[in-house]
Design a protein around this ligand. Structure first.
Ligand code: HEC
Ligand code: HEC
Length: 382
């Protein structure tokens, strides 16, 4: 570019041209830096070596397991040990053959409902059916890695189409690094392809508000082994979206938003305990904006994960925390944790990652908030 014009510097104009030259060079460096910044996603998507592919496959499988993609994208059935995702239909989305009746009507404080398969979700924004993530043509078969990363970053179908509805945790997943997102896509490419054309979402009118712009350059570096455990734990808590369930929402200017004064503080004690909402046909779980869930088990309330000694995890040891998520029991020895806490997904985290999550939770502002005990449903009749 401009440097070529600078080759014939004359004695007379030398000095001025030299000054001009450094300005051009400086601006070239700036451009190069900007381009490098933008080019990063491309770099992550270049044809990988065999070793890198294997590394991504393993990392992607781990992330899909611990981020509980199966919780929503694999339909649940009644197994021998109770309801569980049907792994013969792994990641194939809402079953095409399962027609859902109209969703339950709004009955405050219950604002959203989910199907027994956990693959159909209704709220004021519309009805969403969990997508088929397998490499079949009815799933992500025709997608490029770029489209996958763009969908996660923008919250739009393939990065350009309609808004992706909740509860798809886009606000959490968009905080993943390109490398982690590409790893997830690499793994999704490797799972058995399942033919299942998921029904189109029913998008409520007026709900297509554009997702707020998101700048991936603000992302913290990925959780490398040996990295600062607090930073690593923060990355995991953010990309898994613990706050989607553990931070109560409040009514802000633009509608419901996570309450910034109650980050990960659980169901507010100031709210009254709602009356249970019974299942309506296949719509079995109902949720409040404040993080209560009514289902066949009764009513559960998201726990306070802040380090408050009296009401949060302040008095817990790291070992109790790890045992809790591994065994699905309070402190690893108390009562069984109720749905929708996806502990079987978190149970698959490495010790190092669970320890890091606990280390990060330790750094949160303490919120004194005594979450109500769950309301346990009376066992169904004889
Ligand atoms: C809490 C439930 C939930 C979880 C957890 C979840 N998803 Fe989703 N996801 C959904 C629903 C529902 C949709 C359909 C949304 C719609 O149609 O608007 C969806 C849609 C998608 C889509 C399609 C986006 C598009 O552009 O059409 C992709 C890709 C996806 N999810 C990937 C993932 C991955 C990868 C994970 C795990 C890291 C994951 N999801 C975890 C519920 C979930
Ligand atoms: C889909 C919703 C959901 C998500 C996502 C979620 N949780 Fe939970 N969690 C709950 C609910 C509901 C409870 C209360 C269950 C009960 O009372 O039996 C709970 C309980 C817990 C408990 C038990 C507290 C106690 O007193 O025994 C811990 C610890 C916990 N969650 C940690 C986490 C962490 C860490 C994450 C993210 C990695 C997370 N949760 C993500 C819904 C969720």
């Amino acid at each position: 570019m401009s440097q070529i014009e600078l080759t014939g510097v004359t004695a007379a104009g030398g000095r001025r041209r030299l000054a001009w030259r450094s300005a051009v060079l400086a601006s070239c460096l700036v451009t190069a830096a900007v381009v490098a910044g933008r080019a990063r996603p491309q770099a992550a998507m270049q044809e990988p070596t065999a070793a890198l592919s294997a590394q991504r496959l393993a990392r992607g499988e781990y992330l899909v397991r611990i981020a509980a993609c199966n919780d929503c994208h694999t339909p649940w059935t009644m197994g021998e040990a109770g309801p569980a995702p049907d792994m013969t239909r792994m990641l194939s989305g809402h079953p095409a053959a399962l027609t859902m009746p109209p969703p339950p009507s709004l009955l405050l404080p219950w604002i959203a409902s989910a199907s027994a398969t956990n693959t159909a979700w209704a709220s004021a924004l519309g009805v969403a059916f969990a997508s088929n993530l397998t490499p079949h043509a009815t799933g992500l078969g025709g997608w490029t890695p770029q489209q996958f990363v763009a969908a996660m970053r923008t919250g739009r179908h393939r990065g350009i189409g309609r808004q992706i509805l909740p509860p798809m945790p886009v606000a959490a997943l968009r905080r993943m690094t390109d490398e982690d997102l590409v790893s997830i896509f690499t793994y999704l490419r490797s799972v058995p392809a399942i033919d299942n054309a998921v029904p189109e979402a029913i998008v409520a009118s007026g709900s297509a508000a554009p997702a707020p712009p998101f700048d991936p350059s603000s992302l913290r570096s990925p959780a490398q082994p040996g990295a600062d455990p607090v930073a690593r734990g923060r990355y995991l808590v953010e990309v898994i979206g613990c706050g989607d369930c553990h931070t109560p929402n409040r009514l802000g200017d633009k509608g419901l938003e996570p309450d910034p004064t109650r980050v990960l503080a659980g169901y507010p004690a100031s709210e009254k305990v709602p009356a249970a909402r019974p299942p309506e046909g296949p719509w079995v779980m109902h949720l409040t904006a404040t993080q209560a869930a009514s289902g066949p088990w009764g009513i559960s309330f998201a726990a306070n994960l802040t380090p408050d000694e009296a009401t949060g995890l302040g008095a817990w040891t790291a070992a109790q925390f790890i045992d809790s998520l591994r065994q699905g029991r309070h402190q690893g020895r108390g009562r069984t944790l109720l749905p929708p806490m996806p502990w079987p997904a978190f149970a698959q985290m490495t010790d190092a990652d669970l320890t890091a999550v606990f280390a990060y939770l330790r750094t949160l502002p303490k919120v004194r908030n005594k979450v109500p005990d769950p309301v346990v449903a009376a066992p169904a009749g004889p």
